[in-house]
Design a protein around this ligand. Structure first.
Ligand code: BGC
Length: 402
């Protein structure tokens, strides 16, 4: 018999500032989106205008049945110039946090979700030695002002994603002309222009920044639960691929654990699986169902990852699980099968504290622009009208009745 979800189980949806707020003009990504020859399909622009419409969105999420909301605070708004903390930006996020509480949504606050202030690129971005201290100072400023409203902090979103990109064979792209143009625009060098997703040599910096942020949070409010989130494909070995698969997992996950000692949870983020053979990552078999992102539709991957992550001995929160599809019925099935896996994990005694679906809204999917549809709620970007999908009602009902 599969276990039931516990009383305090976190049922949430997630967004990230840059992907939904709109006009994050002071960020490194805004520069990249507008560079000549940019690989971004389109710029983020007004996004979902969530900066203005957050109250309506949070009310909708409450009405659907959720009890939590994961969102990010934008460093580029809070500290637009190095050392200048914007009280106005902090007040905005105080309003968002207050609206979460008014709607019975426990806020899970991400302090860094891929985007950074432009000025950080003069310091070497996410490969720069000063960045952990700078990130710690920003985290302290946020916590001093807003800490009493924040029960959960995810310090850095997908701290390991640069490593994942390296393992998948993506280089650091330093020589590409559009990146040279970005560096010029910011009066920095291409060596120093290291946005988070391109920081393939950034592991030490990133995890030192995580530790600084954890200290900052705990020194202001010890009860706030802190963790990092990790991009975790389920890595499955095909015959002969066992050694390679183990090595990938060690780099992608185990090498991050020392810096997580002292965390309260691990944020598990999973979308699919990667199969590994003796010579490396295997291409998908013909006929395998793919999501709009091109990877395999595989809701069972979440269970595999939770079982592997459990070995770390920390409580787990699924901080992202989701699928990009135009066919909402495929999303309903994805959620149903992913949750069946979570239930089996709970039945086996694994410490899973919550399930947060990515994403609340159809939004700006980074280089892929507004093409992929991950949302439970569709957004008409001309009018900014929202349309609740069947999948939102489906997951909301589970949240309400569990
Ligand atoms: C990121 C999100 C992204 C999602 C879907 C995760 O890697 O945290 O920002 O939109 O996956 O690709």
């Amino acid at each position: 018999m599969a276990a039931r979800f516990s009383e305090g189980f976190i049922w949430g949806t997630a967004t990230a500032g840059h992907q939904v707020e709109g006009n994050n003009t002071n960020s490194d990504f805004w520069v990249m989106e507008h560079a000549p020859g940019t690989p971004f399909r389109e710029p983020s622009g007004d996004a979902c205008d969530h900066y203005r419409l957050f109250r309506d969105d949070l009310r909708t999420l409450r009405e659907l049945g959720f009890n939590a909301y994961r969102f990010s605070i934008e460093w580029a708004r809070v500290e637009p110039e190095q050392g200048f903390i914007s009280k106005a930006a902090l007040r905005h996020y105080a309003d968002v946090l207050a609206a979460c509480h008014e709607n019975g949504l426990a806020p899970l606050v991400t302090l860094h979700h891929f985007t950074s202030p432009r000025w950080l690129m003069k310091l070497g971005g996410w490969e720069g030695g000063e960045t952990p201290a700078r990130f710690g100072a920003y985290s302290s400023a946020v916590m001093r002002e807003l800490g009493s409203l924040i029960p959960y902090v995810c310090t850095i979103n997908e701290a390991n994603i640069p490593t994942l990109f390296r393992l998948l064979g993506r280089g650091d792209r330093r020589s590409e002309a559009w990146l040279v143009a970005c560096a010029q625009e910011l009066n920095t060098t291409v060596e120093r222009f290291r946005p988070f997703l391109l920081a393939v040599a950034g592991q030490t910096t990133i995890m030192a920044a995580h530790e600084r942020a954890r200290e900052a949070v705990k020194s202001v409010r010890a009860e706030t639960r802190v963790g990092v989130t990790l991009a975790l494909q389920s890595i499955e070995a095909a015959p002969g691929g066992e050694e390679r698969a183990a090595s990938m997992w060690a780099q992608l996950f185990e090498s991050y654990l020392p810096a997580c000692a002292g965390d309260d949870f691990i944020g598990v983020q999973n979308y699919s699986r990667t199969r590994v053979g003796p010579r490396g990552v295997l291409a998908l078999d013909e006929g395998v169902e793919r999501t709009q992102m091109g990877y395999e539709y595989c809701p069972e991957a979440l269970e595999g990852v939770l079982r592997a992550v459990a070995a770390a001995g920390l409580p787990m929160i699924v901080t992202e699980s989701g699928v990009a599809t135009e066919d909402d019925a495929r999303r309903v099935e994805f959620i149903q099968r992913a949750l069946a896996g979570v239930r089996r994990c709970l039945a086996d005694g694994l410490d899973v504290r919550g399930y947060v679906y990515w994403s609340a809204l159809d939004n700006f999917e980074w280089m892929s622009g507004y093409g992929p549809k991950f949302g439970l709620i569709a957004v008409d970007r001309e009018t900014q009208e929202r349309h609740v999908k069947e999948s939102a009602r489906y997951l909301g009902e589970i949240a309400r009745s569990s």
